[in-house]
Design a protein. Structure first.
Ligand code: FAD
Length: 391
């Protein structure tokens, strides 16, 4: 009897270890893979590119994402690659006047239980990839579609190979093939925003205006964000502007520096000087999608931008993807059966990611107001809030 119940217990343990296929080795897919492996699952990631990579730009890792990375035992690696700003400064686009000053660092850590960090995307991808055995990330492997029945899910690669898993996760970004396979082909929405992303070596950053803080310059029809990454060696900037359309076939290309200079000609001169000194600069169209009402089907689910792509104005897209990964891993481990676990995952995550998607759209409106009266009211409101900041 005792032996029997021990066996039953072992079987239960074994039945909890699942064979999982993940499509996409971006921040979301890699985080999910690490989390699932930590809980004892057998995971393989399929990435279309020749190597996992990210664009040469910065990314903010909010406290919620820092907590995920710490839970995955990546805290010290993260601290090694991150820069923590002293303050979050909201500035007038033309005069540079500081409208709102949010202390970060210690006060932020006390408030949220983790810091607000800035990293180079390539550095983040590198620490995630290093946490996985090389043979668990299959490169040059582009997913075409998925199929499933009641006992398994199959990933069909573009080269015709078909691989079976207990469950599949589409972490393949905003143009997700897994999402199209589950819910049909539907194009993402051009949000009416384009952005330039660039980096400037710290020795070339114009003196006198910029500091170790994160600066957000809000102006009519656009905003600019700049902060240090890579231990302070590089200044990262994102310059966002409203545009009527995006006629280029690609979503990104090397930027026309003159166009960037023209767009921001009336803005604070320190910004023009920063743009001029960028060693790398690309132009991007910003797309998103409406929130979904569900994103799982049987043994297949989505996470990150595949499920809930959003405008970057809350700096939460990657953070949401990381949260998805760890929640998914926990639920898959807790439940013996995959289908109810995926339904629960979606039920828990959907309200939060929907709020964030819609919140990011609302922030665009607040940051890009063109009416002088509306801008004045917003700036007065921000000035008043400033007196209530936590010290
Ligand atoms: P992706 O990063 O798109 O990764 C998808 C992966 O899947 C890629 O490696 C791709 O090659 C692969 N793939 C695609 N199709 C296939 C296929 N068919 N088969 C196999 N592989 C495939 N978020 C933050 O949290 N903080 C920020 O500060 C922040 N700033 C941002 C600034 C800008 C300008 C932008 C545009 C976004 C920003 N974001 C930020 C959002 C963040 O970049 C994304 O939400 C995040 O990278 C999404 O990660 P993902 O892994 O879901 O998707």
């Amino acid at each position: 009897m005792v032996v029997g119940s021990k066996l039953a217990c072992r079987e239960m343990m074994l039945s909890r270890s699942k064979n999982v296929g993940i499509v996409g080795a971006g921040i979301g897919g890699l985080t999910a893979a690490i989390a699932l492996r930590q809980f004892g699952h057998d995971v393989t990631v399929f990435e279309q590119a020749k190597k996992p990579s990210e664009i040469g730009a910065g990314i903010i890792v909010g406290p919620n994402a820092v907590k995920v990375l710490r839970a995955l035992d990546l805290g010290s690696e993260l601290d090694r690659i991150a820069v923590e700003p002293g303050k979050h400064r909201l500035r007038n686009w033309k005069t540079g006047r500081i409208m709102f000053d949010q202390p970060m660092g210690e006060s932020f850590r006390e408030r949220f239980g983790a810091g607000y960090l800035q990293v180079h995307r390539a550095d983040l991808i590198e620490i995630l990839v290093r946490k996985l055995p090389a043979d668990r990330v299959c490169l040059s492997s582009r997913a075409a579609s998925v199929r499933q029945d009641s006992s398994a899910a199959a990933l069909v690669l573009e080269n015709g190979k078909e691989l079976e898993f207990d469950m599949l996760v589409g972490a393949d970004g905003i143009k997700s093939a897994v999402r199209s396979s589950l819910f049909g082909l539907e194009s993402p929405r051009f949000t009416g925003n384009v952005c330039w992303r660039g980096t400037v070596p710290s020795e070339d950053v114009p003196q006198g205006v910029f500091s170790s803080d994160i600066h957000v310059w809000v102006g009519p029809g656009g905003h600019v964000v700049n902060y240090y990454i890579r231990g302070g060696k590089l200044m990262n900037f994102i310059a966002i502007h409203q545009a009527d359309d995006w006629s280029a076939e690609s979503w990104s290309f090397d930027a026309d520096r003159e166009e960037l200079a023209r767009r921001y000609a009336d803005w604070h001169p320190a910004l023009a000087a920063m743009f001029e000194r960028a060693t790398a600069c690309s132009k991007w169209a910003l797309f998103d999608r409406d929130p979904m009402s569900r994103w799982s089907e049987g043994r297949v689910t989505l996470l990150g931008d595949a499920a809930h792509p959003m405008l970057p104005y809350l700096a939460q897209g990657a953070a949401m993807a990381m949260e998805d990964g760890i929640v998914l891993a926990k639920l898959i481990t807790r439940e013996v059966d995959i289908v109810p676990a995926l339904q629960r995952y979606e039920k828990i995550r959907l309200p939060r990611t929907t709020r964030t998607q819609l919140g990011a759209r609302a922030r665009a409106k607040q940051n890009h107001m063109t009416s002088p009266v509306a801008r004045l009211m917003r700036d007065i409101g921000l000035g008043l809030r400033r007196t209530f900041r936590p010290s």
